[in-house]
Design a binder for this molecule. Structure first.
Ligand SMILES: [Zn+2]
Length: 217
């Protein structure tokens, strides 16, 4: 006799997913019951058939990255290159990475790199062009992690300067200054660095923020 299938209940956990509810939908003329499953790591929700859940297909957090890899090919390549540098012992410069324990464990899954690093990448890429972005570590002796990674202009490699983009700021009193560090400038003058990035973005029309005007040089 076939074993009775246990129903999936709210609160059940399968791998990284937790059942938080169910809905009914029409799929190919059939009314089907779908379970709303929420990832316990990143919070994403998806609707799944019980058969899929039982097969444990796509029930890990790693599967949350499905579809994201093709969104921005250059960003994906930056992740791949970082993983190669840090995990492949045959990489030509392995003595500078894996052999010094410079790992990227926090970003083992692409989805985590996407969730933690895409926003800052995009801010800079919109200003300088995605091909010019380079992922750098602030402290060269520490691994790749959210707190140790920044995006800089390729031209700034391999010197670990915090320069990302050269810009001219026109102050409220009219005088102009040239700077290279957006975050530092924002902090010093009580401005918001995201808004400065927006002002420097050639695709956006607003160039002023709290009476400061910004121009990329
Ligand atoms: Zn997830």
């Amino acid at each position: 006799m076939p074993k009775e299938k246990q129903p999936i209940k709210i609160g059940d956990i399968v791998d990284d997913l937790k059942c938080i509810g169910h809905i009914h939908k029409h799929l190919h003329k059939n009314r089907v019951k779908l379970y709303v499953m929420q990832c316990q790591i990143c919070g994403r929700k998806k609707e799944m058939l019980s058969s899929t859940i039982r097969r444990k297909a796509g029930t890990t957090h790693k599967a949350c990255g499905k579809g994201f890899k093709t969104k921005d090919p250059i960003f994906y390549r930056r992740w791949q290159a970082m993983r190669t540098r840090t995990t492949n012992e045959n990489y030509h410069a392995a003595n500078r990475y894996s052999k010094r324990n410079i790992h990227s464990n926090e970003f083992r899954y692409f989805i985590d790199f996407y969730d933690k690093m895409y926003k800052s990448y995009k801010q800079l890429a919109d200003v300088i062009g995605s091909e010019n972005t380079s992922l750098e570590r602030i402290d060269n002796n520490k691994p790749y992690s959210t707190t140790n990674c920044i995006w800089i202009h390729k031209k700034d490699q391999p010197k670990h300067t915090s320069r990302t983009v050269t810009f001219e700021a026109t102050f409220p009193d009219g005088h102009k200054e040239t700077h290279t560090n957006i975050s530092e400038f924002a902090r010093k003058h009580g401005l918001d660095d995201s808004t400065i990035y927006d002002c420097l973005n050639p695709n956006k029309s607003n160039k002023t923020h709290k009476q400061f005007t910004f121009k990329q040089l």
